[in-house]
Design a protein around this ligand. Structure first.
Ligand code: LHQ
Length: 261
């Protein structure tokens, strides 16, 4: 699709976005952020895409905001505008995508690069993956959704320790803390990630979209409100052809084939 700083491809209903500035551990430039936002938008609109995988080329996943390009514009940088223009729409778009998203964390995820991984629904990490809320190490504070996602995933105390110290968390600690769904040797990273992606791509797309919204809502709402939301979505799910297909397939003792309707 003519991207310069990322790669985008779709295979077997799974779209993959690969951050492609390996020489800077895929640090995020304006161009890259623009392309990333466009690719996520595209994946959302493409009915052939049922799952999105986000990964990085080379030995890093993403080292966060490109500090060189920030440095190049001292005095005239408006971080608020920068966040409004690039990061916020991207993170909101990822979170609102009614399709499962998986961060395939091949290496270090730092600062806003870690936020990107957190904004995905699941994380599969290579043993070499590392996570750091690097913001504080450059005198900044968590942004791009880290303050929202991190305490929900690993709890207050660990989130605060990561955010306040900028400590580097290795993949096994990340797994123990619930920051990632699984850790695999790097040579198995793609295989394991796409196995999960294919399992999700074979699921009922409308229900998966609703599950994503339901869990996000339920995580922050009182029980009574969550019950109402579950009811609304269950009524919708029960009315889909995919639900009828699944029940028919169950009694026919065959795997269901879902069409997203
Ligand atoms: C980099 C970067 C990088 C440029 C490695 N930029 N080149 C902030 C402000 C405004 C608006 C929006 O949001 C934000 C949010 C943020 O993301 S703030 C946090 C920004 N990120 C960081 O502070 C992380 C900086 N990087 C590091 O601490 C280390 O590179 C980590 C821990 C990620 C990896 O360490 P190593 O594995 O030892 O690799 P390295 O440091 O040797 O880096 C390899 C190369 O990548 C190196 O370039 P060189 O030419 O010397 O080989 C680095 O300069 C470059 N690089 N991160 N963010």
């Amino acid at each position: 699709m003519g991207y310069q700083s990322i790669e985008y491809g779709v295979e077997d209903h799974v779209a993959t976005i690969t951050l492609n500035r390996p020489e800077a551990l895929n640090a995020l430039t304006d161009d890259m952020l623009g392309e990333l936002g466009d690719a996520v938008h595209h994946a959302g609109r493409d009915a052939a895409v049922r799952v999105l995988v986000l990964t990085g080329k080379g030995r890093g996943f993403c080292s966060g905001q490109d500090l060189r390009s920030l440095n190049a514009q001292p005095g005239e940088r408006d971080i608020g505008r920068h966040l409004d223009q690039y990061y916020h729409p991207l993170i909101l778009r990822l979170a609102a995508l009614e399709k499962p998203t998986i961060a395939m964390v091949n290496g270090v995820a730092a600062g806003a690069g870690m936020s990107l991984a957190l904004a995905c629904d699941m994380r599969v990490a290579a043993e070499e993956a590392r996570f750091t809320q690097a913001f504080v190490r450059v005198g900044l504070v968590p942004d791009s959704g880290s303050s929202h996602f991190l305490p929900r995933l690993i709890g207050y105390a660990r989130a605060l320790e990561m955010a306040m110290t900028g400590m580097i968390v290795d993949s096994h600690t990340a797994l123990a803390w619930g920051l990632v769904n699984r850790v695999v040797p790097s040579e198995q990273l793609a295989e394991e990630t796409y196995k999960l992606a294919q399992a999700l791509a074979g699921g009922p797309p409308l229900a998966l979209g609703m599950i994503k919204r339901e869990i996000a809502y339920g995580a922050s709402q009182p029980l009574a409100a969550a019950l109402e939301r579950e009811k609304d979505f269950q009524i919708r799910a029960a009315a889909t052809a995919d639900h009828r297909e699944a029940v028919t397939a169950f009694f026919a003792k065959r795997p269901p084939v879902f069409e997203g309707r």
